[in-house]
Design a protein around this ligand. Structure first.
Ligand SMILES: *Cc1c(COP(=O)(O)O)cnc(C)c1O
Length: 429
């Protein structure tokens, strides 16, 4: 598998280098040189394959001979250890529940696949690898769980102080061992900027072998294409056109869906669903792309004002707005409407959405009779306990994995958002 930089198609690397480096030296993002078209037979026959087989087939098509088949099967099976069920709310709307993994968010797919791939690539190396990751909430927990106690790899998680939920904070600050947390006095965008600057810093790169676990890393995107196939498989029997609505922040999840379509999955269209950080919906309707500082909302994992994977979408469509809008439409809700959507799903279908999934749910209100709409339920509602309980006026049960966190002690280093502070912290350790 060869990958090129979105800033320079002639700059090519193999999978290993792109995964270990994550960010291209020229600040572009790596894109697969070839997105292979899977055979029609394979897609027509999806129902006879297990989720893990589908995941293996897609990985093999993408990754090719970079990893021997047996090793690749192993990597896939270590990462994909939980299901991705589609729960039908009515005949036309389904929820693709992506929260059955350890951190209860879809990011477990990407984080676990990446951890398993990195462990494979570094198993004969002596040098310690340091992974820097900025989180708006759920990435931190997934990466912490995915890399916990992986030998030779240390993880440093940066999160915006006061802007993640209590349970999210516990997930990333209580594990210890090879996982460290930095509480930044700033926004998610500040955290992301610190990580990007660290990668570009010469001194740091002499001392550290740095890598990233944000969705800029291609190892996170690859496994996210698996579950679009898995979802499609579950609704093929209805014989309708399939639409996916993707609650989006950095747009890695949507990019992976577009990869799936390029690989031949017959998706009619996608909806890019956001909160008031609606940079991409605005772009889709006006053609003007205007990153802005992020605003805080109750769907905090989507509080992103400068979505990092957007350049990948542009690259995939050669910057052709018309081509993009044929495949993707925009949708957004403010907090009040998000709560209304949560109430609507609960009252009409007795289904509890988390605030992110609720926006996806609401975006599917105008389906035609021939369409089936699937929204990605990107996190378990218990991760946003206060919001969900107060919107629905109910008590929800906390899954065991989360409940056990409440008694644990938070360990985080507090820091301002200046790069110098972060750099000295790294150099002085
Ligand atoms: C990260 C996250 C998103 C946004 O996903 P992107 O791939 O960054 O667009 C949406 N919902 C939840 C719950 C998340 O954790």
């Amino acid at each position: 598998m060869q990958l090129y930089s979105t800033n320079n198609k002639n700059l090519k690397v193999n999978l290993r280098d792109s995964v270990m480096q994550s960010l291209v030296p020229d600040k572009g993002l790596y894109m697969p040189e070839v997105i292979p078209l899977l055979s029609r037979d394979f897609i027509a026959d999806l129902q006879s394959h297990s989720f893990n087989e589908i995941a293996f087939k897609i990985s093999q098509a993408l990754i090719g001979s970079d990893i021997p088949a047996n090793d690749l099967r192993d990597i896939v099976n270590k990462a994909i250890t939980f299901p991705a069920p589609v729960i039908m709310l009515n005949e036309q709307i389904g929820s693709l529940e992506l929260w059955h993994g350890p951190s209860l968010a879809f990011k477990d797919f990407g984080a676990r696949f990446m951890a398993s791939l990195m462990a494979y690539f570094t198993k004969n190396e002596n040098r310690r690898i340091t992974i820097l990751v900025a989180t708006s909430g759920d990435t931190g927990g997934a990466v912490a769980a995915g890399f916990y106690k992986v030998p030779g790899i240390e993880v440093i998680i940066l999160y915006p102080s006061g802007k993640v939920s209590d349970l999210q904070e516990k997930q990333l600050t209580t594990l210890g061992e090879n996982i460290r947390a930095i509480e930044v006095d700033g926004t998610f965008d500040d955290c992301q900027a610190l990580v990007k600057e660290a990668f570009a810093d010469k001194e740091l790169n002499i001392v550290y072998h740095l890598s990233s676990a944000n969705s800029i890393n291609i190892a996170r995107l690859i496994p996210q294409s698996f579950y679009y196939f898995e979802a499609y498989k579950q609704v093929m029997k209805y014989g309708k056109d399939v639409i996916f609505s993707v609650p989006s922040g950095n747009f890695g999840n949507l990019t992976a869906g577009l990869f799936a379509k390029r690989m031949g999955l017959p998706v009619k269209r996608f909806i890019a669903a956001t909160n008031i950080n609606k940079i991409v919906p605005d772009y889709l309707s006006s053609g003007v792309y205007e990153p802005k500082p992020s605003l805080s909302t109750i769907s905090n994992a989507m509080d992103v004002g400068s979505p990092s994977n957007f350049v990948r979408i542009l690259d995939l469509y050669n910057g052709d707005l018309d081509a993009i809008t044929r495949d993707v439409s925009g949708f957004w809700l403010d907090d009040k409407a998000t709560k209304d959507a949560m109430r609507e799903a609960f009252l009409n279908y007795n289904y509890i959405c988390d605030p992110h999934g609720a926006i996806g749910y609401k975006s599917l209100k105008d389906l035609t009779k021939d369409e089936i709409g699937i929204f990605l339920e990107t996190a378990h509602p218990a991760k946003f306990l206060d919001t969900v309980e107060s919107a629905l006026n109910i008590k929800i049960e906390i899954p065991e994995g989360l409940a056990s966190l409440t008694g644990k002690t938070k360990k985080a280093v507090k820091m301002d958002s200046a790069f110098d502070s972060f750099k000295s912290y790294l150099l002085d350790r």
